[in-house]
Design a protein around this ligand. Structure first.
Ligand code: NAP
Length: 240
C-alpha cells in the first residue's frame, strides 16, 4: 500500500520527500530494476552518488519511467554527491556557516537507533538545515561489516516493539527517523522490501516508544571513515 510521503521544506524553498531510496551497493545489474520498482510503488526521492558507480543505471530507470509517463522529472527529488577530491578543503558545519555565501540546505549523516545523533540533529534544526539519515537500517551489507558486528534489524527489542504495532523492525526504525523529522533513505533492491520500507506513514510511535528507541544509542557508527584518520578534521563530526 502506497502511503502519502510527507515533505521537508528546505531553507532553499524546495520540498524534499522525507523518505527515499538509497542506492549505495546496489549493483549496476540490479539497480535499474530496483529504481523502476521503487518509482512504481511511489518513491519520489532517490539518493545517489558518483562514488556508488551506478548513476548511469539509476538514470536509465528514471529515464524509462519518465518515457512511460509514470512520473515527470519535476516529480522526482534526485540527490547526488561529489566525491571528496572535487571539494575544496573540508569544513565542519559551524565553520561552513561562518564563511559560506550559500547556506547548506541538508546535512546527510549516519543515523539509526545505535547512532541516534540527538545533539547533532538538534543543532542542525536550530540553524535551519534539514537532516538526512543514511544507513537508517544499520547497513548490514556494508563491505567492512564483520560477522560478529551486531545487526540492527535482528535486535530482539526492536522486533518486539514492531510486534506491538504490527510492523517489522525496519518499519519501526524508519518511522522513528521520519517521526523525528529526519529524511530516511533505506537501500533495498528487493521489491517486497521497497514496499515494506515505505509503508510507515499509517501509524505513529508513542512518545514513550520514541524515547525508548533513543535509549538504544551505543555509538554504533558503521561508516567510520577511518582511512582518513590523519586528516586534521578527522573524525569529521563533533564529539558532543
Ligand atoms: N553520504 C554518505 O556518506 C552515505 C554513506 C552511507 C550510505 N549513504 C546512503 O544511504 C543509503 C542507505 O544506507 P545503506 O545502504 O548503508 O544501508 P541501509 O539502508 O541501512 O541498509 C541496507 C541493507 O538493509 C537491507 N534491507 C533493506 N530493507 C530491509 C528490510 N525491510 N528488512 C531487512 N533488510 C532490509 C538491504 O538488503 P536488500 O537490498 O537485499 O534488501 C541492505 O542489505 C545508501 O544506499 C546511500 O544512498 C550515504
Amino acid at each position: 500500500m502506497a502511503n502519502k510521503i510527507p515533505n521537508v521544506r528546505l531553507n532553499t524553498g524546495f520540498d524534499m520527500p522525507i523518505f527515499g531510496l538509497g542506492t549505495w551497493k546496489s549493483k549496476p545489474g540490479e539497480v535499474t530494476e530496483a529504481v523502476k520498482n521503487a518509482i512504481d510503488v511511489g518513491y519520489r526521492h532517490i539518493d545517489c552518488a558518483l562514488v556508488y558507480q551506478n548513476e548511469t543505471e539509476v538514470g536509465a530507470a528514471i529515464q524509462a519511467k519518465i518515457a512511460e509517463g509514470v512520473v515527470k522529472r519535476e516529480d522526482l527529488f534526485i540527490t547526488s554527491k561529489l566525491w571528496n577530491t572535487f571539494h575544496k578543503k573540508d569544513e565542519q558545519t559551524k565553520k561552513i556557516l561562518e564563511i559560506a555565501t550559500i547556506k547548506p540546505a541538508v546535512n546527510q549523516v549516519e543515523i539509526h537507533p545505535y547512532l541516534t545523533q540527538v545533539k547533532l540533529v538538534e543543532f542542525l534544526k536550530s540553524v535551519d538545515i534539514a537532516v538526512t539519515g543514511y544507513s537508517p537500517l544499520g547497513s548490514a551489507d556494508r563491505p567492512w561489516a564483520k560477522p560478529e558486528d551486531p545487526k540492527l534489524l535482528d535486535d530482539e527489542q526492536l522486533i518486539a516493539l514492531g510486534k506491538k504495532y504490527n510492523k517489522t523492525a525496519a518499519q519501526v526504525v524508519l518511522r522513528w527517523l521520519t517521526q523525528r523529522g529526519i529524511i530516511a533513505i533505506p537501500k533495498s533492491v528487493q521489491k517486497k522490501r521497497l514496499e515494506e520500507n515505505m509503508n510507515i506513514f499509517d501509524f505513529a510511535l508513542s512518545d514513550e516508544d520514541m524515547a525508548y528507541v533513543n535509549t538504544f544509542e551505543r555509538n554504533g557508527r558503521g561508516c567510520h571513515l577511518a582511512w582518513n584518520n590523519d586528516h586534521p578534521d578527522y573524525p569529521f563530526h563533533a564529539e558532543f
